[in-house]
Design a binder for this molecule. Structure first.
Ligand code: CA
Length: 480
């Protein structure tokens, strides 16, 4: 969709009240009105306990329907509420992307005994023990579901690693031994081989596992009428699995079934290589850009703003980057904590919502707030969303040419009369910059949509305007 915008509709500290699906349903009309075109919803299936965010997956086929793990609903609600919410979003042409956790499963129903080798957590290709028998929670019966939707039962041989030995009550990285058993090849090379992340690591090279996950992918997409998925933790998953999984689901749901993968790595080359290995079948979150913005916010005036979009995925691959400021993992207190500082967030959102490249994703925490406290950024995000839908069209002319004051011009296009804009961001003193918006616009009067600057700018006969910005802020200039 032209100038689409995704919203990640959860943060890490939501209350365990089973109300998120209802809340999102009630919010559908408002989301449509502010210009949200897709929503990324959290893992919607049964986790190890009711209060879990959904990433400690227990049963992918239990969408809040069965009495398992001492609860019918998930943290976010019941399956009926989930379906009603999705129907409502679809009424407003908002797409729904489900968070798919296929790398691991949390503890099963009973323990099994099998052979493992312990490996060095920092160098997973190195064994640090002889083969020994472990006792681990790898048996899954899903008694409460009673074979509905799938009669597949998980056993130790469906996993490639486990993180806990129940016999010795000891944590570690334990590699499952047996025929065809090894870490997957097509994973991130951090720690030697980053196949294992946590819990029980699915063996994505096992034909029964591949088959079951493929079946689930088609089932859940149909059952919930999904428009796409956000694939969790893909740097820990065999790349061949990902490409065949999407091929399988798209064969059923259509080629436009959307997918974005969480490959948490700030190195553009690593992301490039990954995209190549999966034939660019999936978008990736623009982690390098997130880290640029994080660094800019931390360093303040010491940061060279000429580097702000350098080495970002969205610059390298215009169509494959999902740009974001923060998410549930980067927010304060989370596992990958790297939250962009408050003062820079308006500028960061200005950048991702108005630039030509990338598919922007707004974080629930930045729009609605975290810990139930209201966010101070809602108003500016609303303003920037309006700017995106009304003015952010046409080519982009960059002015990343100064240590403190940078920006770009969007030239506008014929399909959107009056479109075109000039963005300026400053991390230092008040600044100004001559930017060219096209000679055809001579004599036009432009103003700053954010209200930060009250002065108007008149475009001269060459199409130049002397645009202003306050120190540490942004300005978004459009035709009056
Ligand atoms: Ca894995």
């Amino acid at each position: 969709m032209k100038n689409g915008v995704m919203m990640q509709y959860f943060e890490w500290n939501l209350p365990n009240d089973g109300n998120l699906w209802k809340k999102l349903k009630d919010d559908a009309k408002h989301l449509h009105e502010i210009g949200i075109t897709a929503v990324w919803i959290p893992p919607a299936y049964k986790a190890d306990e009711q209060q879990d965010e959904g990433y400690a997956t227990y049963d992918l086929f239990d969408l809040g329907e069965f009495d398992q793990q001492n609860t019918v609903r998930t943290k976010y609600g019941t399956k009926a509420e989930l379906k009603q919410m999705i129907d409502e979003l679809h009424k407003y042409q908002i797409s729904v992307y489900l968070d798919a956790v296929m790398n691991h499963k949390a503890e099963g129903d009973y323990t099994e005994r099998f052979m493992v080798k312990e490996v060095d957590p920092k160098e997973r290709t190195k064994d640090i023990s002889d083969e020994f028998e472990i006792q681990a929670w790898t048996g899954y019966l899903f008694r409460g579901r009673n074979n509905k939707y799938s009669d597949f039962k998980w056993h130790w041989y469906h996993f490639s690693g486990v993180g806990f030995d129940d016999a010795k009550k000891r944590s570690g990285v334990f590699k499952v031994m047996g025929e065809n058993k090894n870490w997957s090849e097509g994973v991130d090379k951090e720690n030697g081989n980053y196949d294992f992340l946590l819990c029980n690591d699915l063996d994505l090279n096992h034909p029964e596992v591949i088959n079951e996950l493929n079946r689930w992918g088609v089932w859940v997409s149909k059952e919930l009428d999904l428009d796409g998925m956000r694939l969790d933790a893909i740097k820990h998953m065999d790349d061949k699995f990902i490409s065949q999984f999407l091929k399988h689901v798209r064969a059923d749901r259509g080629e436009d079934f959307y997918a974005v993968g969480e490959y948490w790595n700030g190195d553009i080359e690593t992301l490039d290589n990954y995209l190549e290995s999966v034939g660019s079948c999936v978008d990736l979150f623009d982690v390098p850009l997130h880290y640029n913005m994080y660094e800019a916010s931390r360093k303040g005036k010491e940061y060279d703003m000429q580097n702000l979009i350098k080495n970002s995925l969205s610059v390298a691959h215009a169509e494959l980057g999902v740009t974001f400021v923060d998410n549930h993992d980067s927010q304060l207190g989370s596992s990958l904590e790297s939250e962009v500082e408050e003062w820079f967030k308006p500028s960061a959102y200005g950048l991702i919502l108005l630039m030509k490249n990338g598919y922007p994703c707004i974080f629930y925490g930045d729009y609605y707030g975290v810990h139930g406290e209201e966010s101070p950024h809602r108003e500016i995000i609303d303003t920037l969303l309006q700017a995106r839908h009304k003015y952010a069209y046409g080519d982009q002319v960059d002015y990343f040419d100064h240590v403190a004051t940078v920006g770009f011009v969007r030239t506008g296009d014929k399909d959107h009369p009056g479109s075109g804009l000039a963005l300026l961001i400053s991390n230092g003193e008040d600044g100004n910059k001559m930017m060219n918006v096209g000679a055809a616009r001579k004599g036009e009067v432009w103003y700053d949509l954010t209200g930060n600057i009250k002065d108007k700018v008149v475009i001269d006969e060459d199409g130049d305007g002397n645009f202003l910005v306050e120190g540490g802020k942004l300005s978004v200039w459009v035709k009056e």
